[in-house]
Design a protein around this ligand. Structure first.
Ligand code: GLU
Length: 327
């Protein structure tokens, strides 16, 4: 095994995993096994208002049903608040984060005409309203606030294994971004105590700390997260980590070109399982939409299928377009 490389599976238990998730998990699995890398599992359950209590076990069952294996016990983000708090402390002391009371509406109103280089689906660039705060200044006492990361005004680039080079200056296009959710001031905030309690970590921060702590070197995920990668690269640089390789997988969409959702029918893996669909059918579909000729894959058992796909895996054969063919 290539002990120096490690991939990860990172389901969010905000609902059932669907065909699109299955394809990303399978590509992460085949690529890691092809490289002889380790693969770990992480449950990304910090988005608590949307997390469903049953969805973590169901996601693990889905992965097993698909014949995907990983090493070690999964790490669960909601059990890591202390660790995220330690990192927030270091970022606060080094003035990389500041408390921000702005609401979404404040930000929309403060942002003038949409910025030329602003990625449309990311919302307006944060205009820096609260950025003058410095470590040692008083914390907001009345209004709820999140902690926001100060980005550097610097163009970043990364090379994606599927889509090639991406470039962006996060300061110009996105602005400073939240590393925690919004929370009400605590008693210690009010008394200016040096002991800090933070609201729950936001996705960008948790994912970076987890990848660093788990020693992840290879990230395979949906291409809706390409822009987040620029935020995460700045955080990794500040925290002294190594930038992983990225493969952002084109999303699976319906015939209307929109990302997979309920309107496209029931594509939940748990539903296929209940209906008696064989996992081989889903694995063959994922291979078919990922560039393999499935004629060579019929009649293989689940483990034979995986062996064949692992053996012949190559990022360069993966189509770069969105997938609109469903099962
Ligand atoms: N948990 C995210 C998802 O299910 C993936 C985040 C990541 O891979 O960084 O889409």
């Amino acid at each position: 095994m290539n002990r120096h490389r490690k991939g990860r599976l990172a389901p969010s238990p905000t609902g059932s995993q669907h065909l699109g998730n299955a394809r990303t998990f399978l590509l992460a699995f085949w690529s890691a096994m092809h490289e002889g890398s380790e693969l770990c599992l992480r449950i990304e359950d910090i988005d608590s208002p949307r997390v469903k209590s049953w969805a973590m076990d169901q996601a693990i069952e889905d992965l097993r049903w698909l014949g995907i294996s990983w090493s070690g016990d999964p790490i669960v983000q909601t059990q890591r608040n202390d660790r995220y708090g330690q990192v927030l402390d270091s970022l606060r002391i080094s003035n990389r984060i500041y408390p921000c009371v702005c609401s979404r509406r404040d930000i929309e109103q403060a942002a003038s005409a949409p910025h030329e280089s602003e990625p449309q689906h990311e919302g307006p660039r944060y205009p820096g309203t609260c950025a003058s705060w410095r470590h040692g200044d008083a914390l907001p006492k009345e209004q709820p606030y999140c902690w926001r990361f100060r980005v550097d005004d610097q163009e970043l680039q990364f090379s994606d294994l599927i889509s090639g080079t991406h470039r962006l200056n996060p300061a110009r296009s996105l602005g400073d971004f939240p590393v925690t959710r919004k929370g009400s001031p605590t008693l210690t905030d009010r008394s200016n105590s040096s002991v800090h309690c933070y609201p729950p970590a936001a996705y960008q921060l948790a994912v970076v700390i987890d990848d660093m702590d788990q020693g992840v070197t290879d990230v395979v995920r949906g291409d809706d997260l390409v822009i987040s990668t620029f935020r995460q690269i700045q955080l990794i640089n500040v925290l002294g980590g190594s930038i992983p390789t990225y493969a952002h997988v084109p999303l699976v969409c319906g015939q209307d070109g929109r990302r997979l959702a309920k309107r496209h029918g029931d594509t939940r893996l748990a539903s296929y399982r209940e209906q008696g669909v064989a996992p081989e059918t889903v694995v063959r579909w994922a291979a078919g939409v990922s560039g393999w000729n499935t004629a060579n894959l019929s009649k293989l058992s689940l483990s034979e299928l995986h062996l064949q796909l692992i053996d012949t895996f190559s990022w360069s054969s993966l189509p770069r377009d969105k997938v609109d063919r469903l099962l």
